[in-house]
Design a protein around this ligand. Structure first.
Ligand code: WTA
Length: 631
C-alpha cells in the first residue's frame, strides 16, 4: 500500500489533492483493495436527504481484505494476540491463517443456524476472541452485525434488539472483569422475555458456568463448531450494503442505530489507521477500547486487520490486578503503538507513578488518545511517563458517525499541541459555524464544528429511520453535517475540541443523552420529573448530575438515591450511574416550560454567582432553593 504519508509537506500536498479532486484521490486509494467488481462511480452525494454513496456499484467483501488477501504474504504473521483478564491465564495468539479459519468456521455456524445476507445479528460478548471472530463472521456472510457493549442492561439490549429486528444473538455464559464474574447469559434471557424476533441464541463458553439453555432457541457455540468445515466463501456485497449498525446516544431518549456500509468504511478505517499511527509492517498495535464501541470496531478489528497488523485485545480492566496492568501488557508483548482513552490515563495517573515506572515501555513508538478531550495535565503525564518524551501523542477526534478518525496529528509528522486534535485528515473538510449559522472563515475563532463534504466513512443512515439521521445531523445547518461538538481553530488551523453543544454528555468517553438518563430515572414510580446535566469530573471527564423531583421530598434521601440508581442500572446499565442526585421541589423553567439547563449546569459545576438572567423564569425562587441544596 503506497498511501502512507511520510512528511508534513506531503500531508499538505495530499490534503490539497483530496479537497480539489476527491474522486480521483479516493479512487486511487480504493484501487489498492480487493474488489470483486470495480465501482462505476466514486461518489454520489447530497447532504439534503442525506444520500451518500461511495464506490457506486462496486462489489467486495471486507473480510477478504482483512484476511484472505494477507494469507499469501502474511499467513503466518500474528493477526490477534488476546490477553485474558487474569494475568496467570494463558494468552491466545492467532496467525492470519488461523484467524481466517476461525472466521470461516464461525460463518458456517451462522449459516447453519439460518442466518442469511442482510439479517441482523446482535453480539453481546465480553472482550474474548469470539467477539472479533463473530464480527468478522457476520461480515463474511453479509449479515449485519450490531455489537452491544457487554455492560448494557437487559432493557437496553431489548431496545436495541427490537430496533434492529435481530434474529440471532451471540453471547457467552459469563464474563470476567477484574475480580468480578458476571452472568452474561442471564442478562440476555431477561432481555429476550417477550421478544419474538430472535430465533437463535449462540452461547460461547467463557466461565464454564451452567446456564439456562432454552430448548429450540439456545445452542452452545462449541457444539455448533463441531458440525462445520473450515471453508466459507465470502459473500459478494455491494459497496453500499450495510456492514454494521452501532447504537449510540443522541439528544433524544432513544439511542439510534448508526449505519456504516461496506466499501467506504473499509477504505476509511484502513486509510486513517495507517496514516494517523504511521503503522509499519512489524508493529505490535494495541487499542484498549471495547469492541462494543466504535473505537473497537474501527481500530481494534477492521483498521488493523485491513492493514495486516498484529492487534492486541485485552479482556480485563486497567486496574486489575493493579494499576500497572496496561504497562505490564505493553512490556509483555512489546507493544509499539498504544491507543487509549483520557479517562484511563487520568485514573492511572491518580494511582501513582510507581505503577508505570516499574515497567520499561521501551517498545512504545506512538501513543494515541480518543473519546473525549484530553486535558493538558493528562496529555503531559502520558507523554512524559508513558512515552518518555520520545513517542508522539496523537489526540484523535472522531465519532461513531464518522466511522474513523477525522482530526488528528499524523504521528511523528504533524506538529503536536497538547489538548488539540490538530489538522483534518485528507478528505476531511471541517468548517466552524457561528450562532447565526454562518461560516467563520478566519482563524483563532470558536464555533460549531461541521463538515461540508462527505468522506468515505460517513454515517449513511440511522437504522430503520432515515428522517432521524436527517434531523440529527443534516437539518441544523442545511448542506452540512453537524457534529454536535464545539471547537476552536488556532492561528495555524489546528482544531481544539471544546465538547458537546447538544444534550449529550460524555462520561469516561461514553456518550449518553441526558434525556436517556432522565427517562430511566422517571421510571421510578415516586419520581415526577428529572433533569440531568454533565459537570467536570477529574477522572471521568464529565460526571452525571441529576436533579430529581419526587411526589414528596424523600424521608430517607440516601435510600431514594439508591433506588434511583437501581432504576438507571436496570434501564441502561452501571456505566450510566449518576455521581450526584439532588432532590428539588421544582426545576428552573421558562414560561414556555423549557428547562433552563444552563442554570443547572452552572450549579452542578459549583458556580452559583454568575447565573445570568433568571428573571424570565416561571419561578425565579427555585434557583435559590437549588443552589442551597446543591451537593
Ligand atoms: C468526543 C468516539 C475531544 C466528541 C470515537 C465526539 C472527543 C464524541 C475526542 C464522539 C477527542 C471523541 N477530543 N473530544 N479526541 N474524540 N470526542 O461516538 O464530543 O463514542 O462528538 O466516538 O466524543 O463519541 P463516540
Amino acid at each position: 500500500m503506497n498511501y502512507t504519508i511520510k512528511s508534513f509537506e506531503e500531508y499538505q500536498q495530499v490534503y490539497q489533492e483530496s479537497v480539489q479532486n476527491p474522486e480521483a484521490f479516493w479512487a486511487n486509494i480504493a484501487e489498492q483493495f480487493v474488489w470483486k467488481k470495480k465501482w462505476d462511480k466514486v461518489l454520489d452525494w447530497n447532504f439534503e436527504e442525506p444520500n451518500v454513496k461511495w464506490f457506486v456499484n462496486g462489489k467486495l467483501n471486507i473480510t477478504e481484505n482483512c484476511l484472505d488477501r494477507h494469507l499469501q504474504s502474511r499467513g503466518n504473521k500474528l493477526a490477534l494476540i488476546w490477553e485474558p483478564n487474569d494475568p496467570k491465564e494463558r494468552f491466545i495468539r492467532y496467525t492470519y491463517r488461523e484467524l481466517h479459519e476461525k472466521v470461516c468456521q464461525m460463518a458456517n455456524v451462522l449459516k447453519n443456524n439460518g442466518i442469511k445476507k442482510g439479517d441482523r445479528v446482535c453480539i453481546y460478548l465480553p472482550m474474548i476472541p469470539e467477539l472479533m471472530i463473530s464480527v468478522l463472521a457476520c461480515a463474511r456472510i453479509g449479515a449485519i452485525h450490531s455489537v452491544i457493549f457487554a455492560g448494557f442492561s437487559a432493557n437496553a439490549i431489548a431496545d436495541r434488539v427490537q430496533d434492529a429486528q435481530a434474529s440471532v444473538i451471540i453471547t457467552s455464559d459469563g464474563l470476567n472483569r477484574g475480580t468480578k464474574q458476571i452472568p452474561v447469559k442471564r442478562v440476555i434471557d431477561e432481555a429476550l422475555e417477550g421478544n419474538t424476533s430472535v430465533q437463535r441464541v449462540i452461547v460461547a463458553e467463557r466461565l464454564g458456568w451452567a446456564v439456562n439453555m432454552e430448548d429450540g432457541r439456545d445452542v452452545w457455540l462449541h457444539e455448533e463448531l463441531k458440525k462445520v468445515d473450515k471453508d466459507c466463501p465470502a459473500e459478494e456485497m455491494d459497496a453500499e450494503d450495510m456492514l454494521f449498525v452501532l447504537y449510540t446516544s443522541g439528544s433524544t431518549g432513544k439511542p439510534k442505530g448508526v449505519v456504516h456500509t461496506c466499501g467506504g468504511y473499509m477504505v476509511w478505517s484502513d486509510y486513517t489507521f495507517r496514516n494517523v499511527f504511521q503503522y509499519q509492517e512489524s508493529d505490535i498495535y494495541w487499542c484498549t477500547a471495547d469492541v462494543g464501541w466504535i473505537t473497537g470496531h474501527s481500530y481494534l478489528v477492521y483498521g488493523p486487520l485491513l492493514s495486516g497488523a498484529t492487534t492486541v485485545m485485552f479482556e480485563g480492566i486497567p486496574t486489575y490486578p493493579d494499576a500497572g496492568r496496561f504497562w505490564q501488557i505493553v512490556d509483555k508483548f512489546g507493544v509499539n503503538i498504544f491507543y487509549t482513552a483520557p479517562t484511563a490515563i487520568r485514573s492511572l495517573m491518580a494511582a501513582g507513578l510507581d505503577h508505570v515506572l516499574s515497567y520499561s515501555l521501551d517498545s512504545l513508538k506512538v501513543l494515541g488518545s480518543v473519546g473525549e478531550p484530553i486535558n493538558e495535565e493528562a496529555w503531559h503525564w502520558y507523554n512524559i511517563h508513558v512515552g518518555k518524551e520520545r513517542c508522539p501523542v496523537v489526540d484523535t477526534w472522531w465519532q461513531t458517525e464518522t466511522g474513523g478518525i477525522m482530526l488528528s496529528a499524523l504521528a511523528g509528522i504533524s506538529p503536536l499541541k497538547p489538548s488539540h486534535a490538530g489538522h483534518p485528515l485528507p478528505g476531511v473538510q471541517p468548517i466552524l459555524i457561528d450562532q447565526n449559522g454562518q461560516e467563520i472563515k478566519e482563524n483563532e475563532v470558536e464555533g460549531y464544528l461541521c463538515m461540508k463534504f462527505p468522506w468515505p466513512g460517513i454515517i449513511r443512515t440511522t437504522y430503520g429511520d432515515h428522517e432521524r439521521c436527517h434531523q440529527s445531523y443534516f437539518a441544523n445547518y442545511p448542506g452540512l453535517y453537524f457534529t454536535g461538538d464545539g471547537a476552536k481553530r488556532d492561528k495555524n488551523g489546528m482544531y481544539r475540541i471544546i465538547g458537546r453543544v447538544d444534550d449529550v454528555i460524555n462520561v469516561s468517553g461514553h456518550r449518553f443523552g441526558t434525556a436517556e438518563i432522565e427517562n430511566a430515572i422517571n421510571q421510578h414510580k415516586k419520581v415526577v420529573e428529572s433533569a440531568v446535566v454533565g459537570f467536570p469530573h477529574d477522572i471521568k471527564g464529565q460526571g452525571i448530575y441529576a436533579y430529581v423531583i419526587c411526589d414528596e421530598l424523600p424521608q430517607n434521601p440516601d435510600h431514594m438515591r439508591a433506588e434511583i440508581i437501581e432504576s438507571i442500572v436496570e434501564h441502561i446499565g452501571k456505566i450510566a450511574k449518576p455521581d450526584k442526585i439532588q432532590f428539588v421541589s421544582g426545576l428552573p423553567k421558562t414560561r414556555s416550560g423549557k428547562i433552563m439547563r444552563r442554570i443547572l449546569r452552572k450549579v452542578a459545576e459549583g458556580e452559583t454567582t454568575s447565573l445570568g438572567d433568571t428573571s424570565t423564569l416561571l419561578d425565579p425562587n427555585i434557583v435559590d432553593e437549588i443552589i442551597e441544596g446543591a451537593l
